[in-house]
Design a protein around this ligand. Sequence first.
Ligand code: SAH
Ligand code: SF4
Ligand code: F3S
Length: 470
Amino acid sequence: MSQDTTRIAAEAVARQMAYCDRMLALNEGRAVPPRALVDTYGCQQNEADSERLRGYLRAMGYDMTEREDEADVIVINTCAIREHAEDRVFGNIGALVHTKRRNPAQIICLCGCMAQEEHVAERIRGSFRHVDLVFGPHALWKFPELLWRVVSRRGRVFETTDEPGSIAEGIPLLRKEGVKAWVSIMYGCNNFCTYCIVPHVRGRERSRAPEIILDEVRALVGQGYRDITFLGQNVNSYGKDLGLAVDFADLLRMANEIPGEFLLRFMTSHPKDASQKLFETMASCEKAAPHFHLPVQAGNDRVLRAMNRSYTRQGYLDKVTALRAVIPDVVITSDVIVGFPGETAEEFEDTMTLIKQVRYDALFTFLYSPRKGTPAAEMEDPMPREEKMTHFQRLVDTQNEISAEKHQAYVGQTVRCLIDGKGEDARNNLTARTPGNRLVHLSGDAALIGTLQEIQITSASTWALFGEIR
Ligand code: SAH
Ligand code: SF4
Ligand code: F3S
């Protein structure tokens, strides 16, 4: 892939900043500072994109709000991964008719992965006429210009052209306050798993330049961030498009050399590209968190083939063994899809035996959801929903037992954890994360948020650990 076609020129991004200035000039003339709400669905990629949207909005003079009724601009950043996610979005946009009726000057924007789907854009065009602006992930970097068009022409704007995708550097970011930060290292996906919409809406894999990523990490560490997660749909193929002989393991090692006390995490890894080199790099880099999210999806070879996952059950198990050989206490988590079209009851049992064999620390389980335009959506799917649900429940129950046992093993240990936020109840007013990313509830002074503490684990449940600061 030629780098020139994927990189947005600095001047083009500068033009977007000029649109921010125009919006700012408009907004500065107002008696009350305008407010914007960015509502995010889906994965961490979308969270990271929302930080860019907020960065742009702040540059245009907007204060952020969580309330729809007081927002001058509402941006809904959507996810298309499962039907349920899409239904929720349609429900919520439908409800905005009322807020807009009370405040006709309100601007409603829909972006993210759903917006890139043609049938969704059409439905918004026809049936959700209160939505002013629709743009897909490819057009996110042009948000200021698109918003300016809506404001200056008072007409609806749709920018959802399909393309392989690009990289724009220099977009301002407004990050969530705290000690954790996302850093996108690449965008898009080339894997085309047959059930998945992501490659259709996010374009082809493209990597950010290593020096830009490392500068960003350095700056974040300087600002006090202690837990930095590298993001990509398949971080293991980082760098393949750059022609620089820098792969993901090299990037991790370079980031590890940045001075300061912080942890490096990454999401997500495709098993086919999870290499021995990466495992060994993680083991030798003290800042690389001992956590590996390695989605398996299914335990049966025929199903894995039909999913186009490019590995076998045994190949996957061998990777897990190799990973544990170099990092014995590594926390391994995974994703599983139940009820892929044509998956038989016997084939599902292979998923059950696999999860018992691997003994994941935690598992994200999903009921298959057909996505328009993907090959799996055209496959025969004879199994009744009730039977899939029975499988789903068995899988969840078995995994819960395993997770509870794994968590129980922490009791009595002292673990160095990052206190990362406020808890939900008065007795456990703080939360922390182990290096392996397990959640710990504890009590203590809120001033400790952002610090690393030795925490004695006193009890455990299926979902979390409970501890005391030593
Ligand atoms: N890039 C990541 C996954 C992104 S989507 C990876 O490949 O690991 C997160 C998870 O959603 C997937 O791992 C898969 O388990 C699930 N998923 C994706 N498409 C789905 C669909 N059509 N139905 C149900 N679950 C799906
Ligand atoms: Fe989807 Fe597969 Fe790409 Fe993950 S690797 S985003 S599951 S196509
Ligand atoms: Fe959803 Fe798009 Fe992420 S479909 S899971 S928000 S890449």
